[in-house]
Write a protein that binds this ligand. Structure first.
Ligand SMILES: [Zn+2]
Ligand SMILES: [Zn+2]
Length: 127
């Protein structure tokens, strides 16, 4: 595998950007990856983006499902649990920038509140 710029020289690396074969004189290392000179200037301007791993808050998801279960089973206990989990999840999401699921947490609180509301309505209709 000869270097793209020096056909008489053996290439030691491939450019991460354009995959051209490069000899030690032609390749430049940026953050541990080999680049040709053309790609290096681009790589320096725009380093490879490592996506931050977002985590969905499990409490938010659990809260939402418990809330939905409460609607189906008509249980106010599920509503209370869903609201508690929803508020705890919101706190956790606020503290941890990698945590997502704020929408789910709000849904858990909303569904939990409607569980309670339906339960109260049910009690009033019986009274
Ligand atoms: Zn290149
Ligand atoms: Zn070369």
């Amino acid at each position: 595998m000869p270097c793209i710029h020096h056909p008489e020289r053996e290439a030691s690396a491939r450019c991460t950007g354009c995959a051209e074969a490069l000899c030690p004189d032609c390749h430049v290392e940026v953050a541990g990856a080999a680049y040709c000179k053309a790609c290096k200037s681009m790589a320096v301007k725009r380093p490879p983006v490592i996506p931050a791993r977002m985590e969905t808050c499990s409490q938010a998801r659990t809260g939402m499902w418990i809330g939905l279960l409460g609607v189906v089973l008509f249980t106010h206990i599920c509503g209370v649990v869903a609201m508690i989990l929803g508020f705890k999840a919101l706190g956790e999401i606020g503290r941890n920038p990698r945590m997502c699921g704020g929408g789910m947490a709000l849904a858990a609180i909303g569904i939990g509140a409607s569980d309670l509301f339906l339960f109260v309505l049910n009690l009033m209709s019986k009274a």
